[in-house]
Design a protein around this ligand. Structure first.
Ligand code: NDP
Length: 344
């Protein structure tokens, strides 16, 4: 048994059914692997490629990340007229490629950060090794957890208005959530649908003032404050939503509203699951980074973007932390090279 022979393999439970992989024999070695292709991943790629670190990005399933599911981005500096999210991510990608970032379609499905070099499994098939890793896997949409919601996913239930809104032209839809995402999705859907209900569980919205104003003044949007979703009704497709109004109050009321589509916009869950056997996260799964850096608890593994940011979660802050991660990785790799030279 080799030096690392008895080490735990990351994500053991999830992978127990999967093909046996020989983690001792990676088929390819990379200097720096960046996991994820949102603003953080691509920015890390731009900086790392320009520093001659030969970065390889594994894009993940959602190439370009969450911004590919959004419409107009108005607050990213440098785009005074605004830009569509997918077009912006295409620009990020081109810029990373221009400096030689090797961008590959693939998902990291398992890691072993107990070894040096680190070991990563791509798509449950290919084993690669890396001197340093930047985790920039972002976050994914949350669901309410209702049986009916699960059953009708893809049959009227969606977590992406820009992806699926087109199917609801002149129909009636509901958006659940009271944050900026919900407001943005409600406005987008109101451009297509006949009527949009916004289901907000509190007596007020969490969205920014400007978005609240746009929603409240929109003739096609009706905001249902203090409403919570009990279930979706429909056999093979969404036909109505059952809500409880002012739950727990003396005037509590159950209401049923006919709808054709139900859109989730209640926040996101960080995509950190595969790294959890090795990387410290907070109680919500966000990767913990050391003060004023992108360093994780494992030397040589860095985290950038929404996967480590429960607070700001903006494209521009994600891009900023991607640049930080590349700088941190650059320093780490220079020190590693120096140590290897001294030991040679
Ligand atoms: P937020 O966490 O800001 O809001 C989530 C919303 O969903 C809240 O209203 C919350 O209600 C509600 N919610 C959560 N769980 C449930 C549940 N189980 N049932 C019903 N309602 C629920 O997430 P967002 O995705 O809206 O935004 C994330 C971040 O991204 C924010 O910082 C936001 O400002 C930013 N953003 C900015 C945009 C822009 O500037 N263009 C666009 C989109 C997002 P409650 O308030 O009661 O907790």
């Amino acid at each position: 048994m080799g030096l690392f022979g008895n080490l735990q393999i990351g994500n053991m439970d999830a992978n127990s059914q999967k093909k046996e992989l020989d983690l001792n024999n990676p088929t390819e070695h990379h200097n720096l692997v960046i996991v994820g292709s949102g603003p953080a991943g691509y920015t890390a790629g731009i900086y790392a490629a320009r520093a001659n670190l030969n970065p390889v990005i594994y894009t993940g399933m959602e190439v370009g990340g969450q911004l590919t599911t959004t419409t107009e981005v108005e607050n990213y500096p440098g785009y005074p007229e605004g830009i569509q999210g997918p077009a912006m991510m295409e620009d990020f990608k081109k810029q990373a490629e221009r400096f030689g970032t090797d961008i590959r379609w693939g998902e990291v499905t398992q890691v072993d950060f107990g070894r040096r070099p680190f070991v990563l499994v791509i798509d449950d098939e290919k084993v690669v090794s890396a001197n340093a890793v930047i985790i920039a896997t972002g976050a994914s949409a949350k669901y309410l957890g209702l049986e009916s919601e699960q059953r009708l996913r893809g049959a009227g239930v969606s977590a992406c208005a820009t992806c699926d809104g087109f199917f609801y032209k002149d129909k009636v839809v509901a958006v659940v959530g009271g944050g900026d995402t919900a407001a943005e999705e409600a406005i987008y859907l109101a451009g297509l649908a006949k009527k949009v209900y916004m289901i907000v569980r509190k007596p007020y919205m969490r969205a920014s003032k400007i978005m609240q104003k746009r929603v409240l003044n929109h003739p096609k949007i009706e905001v249902l404050f203090e409403h919570e979703t009990l279930e979706l009704i429909g056999e093979n497709k969404v036909e109505a939503v059952k809500l409880v109004k002012r739950k727990g109050q003396p005037d509590e009321e159950i209401v049923e509203i006919p709808i054709d589509g139900f859109f989730l916009a209640i926040g996101h869950k960080p995509n950190s699951e595969v790294f959890k056997p090795w990387i410290e996260t907070d109680e919500n799964g966000f990767i913990k980074t050391q003060c004023k850096s992108t360093k994780t608890n494992i030397d040589g593994v860095f985290a950038a973007g929404d996967v480590q940011d429960p607070i700001y979660r903006q494209a521009v802050t994600a891009a900023g932390s991607g640049a930080m991660a590349a700088k941190d990785a650059e320093r780490y790799l220079a020190e590693l090279e120096e140590a290897q030279r001294e030991n040679a």
